[in-house]
Ligand binder design. Structure first.
Ligand SMILES: C[S@@+](CC[C@H](N)C(=O)[O-])C[C@H]1O[C@@H](n2cnc3c(N)ncnc32)[C@H](O)[C@@H]1O
Length: 364
């Protein structure tokens, strides 16, 4: 059992006496005043995961109880939990005994304690040096990748057999945004010039971002060559670039975005983590005919444009694909545009992942 697992369990067990704050700080002292950012990342991942897991188990237990009532039987909590540990909960098998021993009546409490632990780890790491934050972020993203890949494989099996969705980690790690200080509140003050006719997702906040699962699954499947350039067309608050640059510091990443405050937030995060050598965001209206999109190996588009802007942007990418191999990643509606283009230009079939949300097109 890794220390972080023991740590999580110790914190959860002791939290039942509502002394989680003091326990947490004692833990720091026990480790000579310094909690390793790698261990903090494990603790963050496991506690965030547990928040989602407990919500999921609560829902499933309710369903099981309803089924039991109809069949006039009583399933023990252990029998209820065991099948989940063979499937979606297999990566957190260290929790099995703890959850069984806690009993179903502790579900809500474990969820609350896990939330506390998660937010405390994040508050602690935000106080640390940039290099510790970077170590924490990279380790967290690596662990998240493993969890999302496991989930993706698990869902494939489920789609064919059970027909229900199982555990969904989609928003589980969104609080990692706190580390990047992605202040979505700024969207609330947005004043939109409707005559500009662009699709700016005013006041959309976190909803304007690709989920961590989408970005990490894309990065995993892209297998970008060393030294590649990626351009995010409509980069929002910069989550895609931040994740790519942290995990692949060899990649040069540029994000173009219409809304200035989003660009500012993204560049601040890039600077804070000392990524700005390879990660930059620029204010740019991509519908302007005067602007030419620079050449890159990979373009990322998550539903950014109106029809006219799509045509203008994609025409440039098609022209580019005549001289070099271009990879285009689409999330959401962009897919239908690209399917047409890839057929017209005889590109191979796209890779489709993230339950059909994400398509990777390649121009050869
Ligand atoms: C759905 S968000 C995607 C953000 C980011 N790419 C991601 O996936 O996390 C689309 C972004 O495109 C931007 N956008 C829309 N029209 C644009 C234009 N003409 N030029 C530049 N950016 C634009 C919007 O302001 C919005 O932030």
């Amino acid at each position: 059992m890794k220390l972080s697992h023991e740590t999580l369990l110790t914190l959860l067990e002791e939290s039942s006496s509502n002394r989680i704050n003091s326990n947490f700080y004692n833990l720091k002292e026990n480790e000579e005043g310094y909690l390793d950012p790698l261990k903090m990342a494990n603790l963050y991942i496991n506690s965030a995961l547990l928040v989602t897991i407990m919500g999921f188990l609560k829902e499933q237990l309710w369903l099981k109880n309803e089924e039991d009532k109809k069949l006039n039987k009583k399933t023990s909590y252990e029998d209820f939990l065991t099948p989940f540990f063979l499937n979606e909960l297999a990566p957190v098998s260290f929790l099995k005994k703890f959850l069984i021993d806690s009993g179903s009546e502790k579900i809500n409490q474990i969820k609350r304690s896990s939330k506390d632990i998660e937010s405390q780890v994040l508050s602690l790491i935000i106080e640390r040096s940039n290099s510790d934050q970077k170590i924490f972020a990279i380790k967290s993203l690596d662990e998240m990748t493993k969890k999302f890949i496991h989930e993706e494989k698990n869902q494939e099996g489920r789609a064919q057999s059970l027909g229900h969705k199982g555990l969904c980690l989609y928003r589980t790690f969104d609080n990692l945004d706190d580390l990047f200080d992605l202040n979505y509140e700024l969207d609330k003050e947005m004043v939109v010039d409707y005559s500009a006719k662009e699709r700016l997702y005013e006041r959309a906040g976190v909803g304007v971002q690709s989920g961590y699962s989408t970005i990490l699954l894309a990065l995993d499947r892209l297998e970008a060559k060393e030294g590649s350039t990626i351009i995010d067309l409509g980069s929002g608050y910069g989550r895609v670039g931040l994740v790519c640059s942290l995990l692949r510091p060899d990649i040069k990443f540029i994000g173009y975005e219409y809304v200035p405050h989003r660009v500012e937030v993204a560049n601040n995060a890039s600077k804070a983590l000392k990524l700005q050598q390879n990660l930059n965001f620029k204010v740019q209206d991509l519908s302007l005919k005067s602007f030419k999109i620079p050449e890159a190996d990979i373009y990322y588009l998550y539903d950014p444009f109106t029809k006219e802007t799509y045509v203008h942007v994609l025409n440039q990418l098609i022209a580019m694909s005549k001289n070099r191999v271009v990879t285009i990643v689409t999330k959401g509606n962009g897919r239908s545009w690209l399917i047409e283009i890839s057929k017209e230009n005889s590109w191979p079939d796209p890779i489709i992942i993230d339950e059909g949300n994400l398509c990777i097109f390649k121009s050869e």
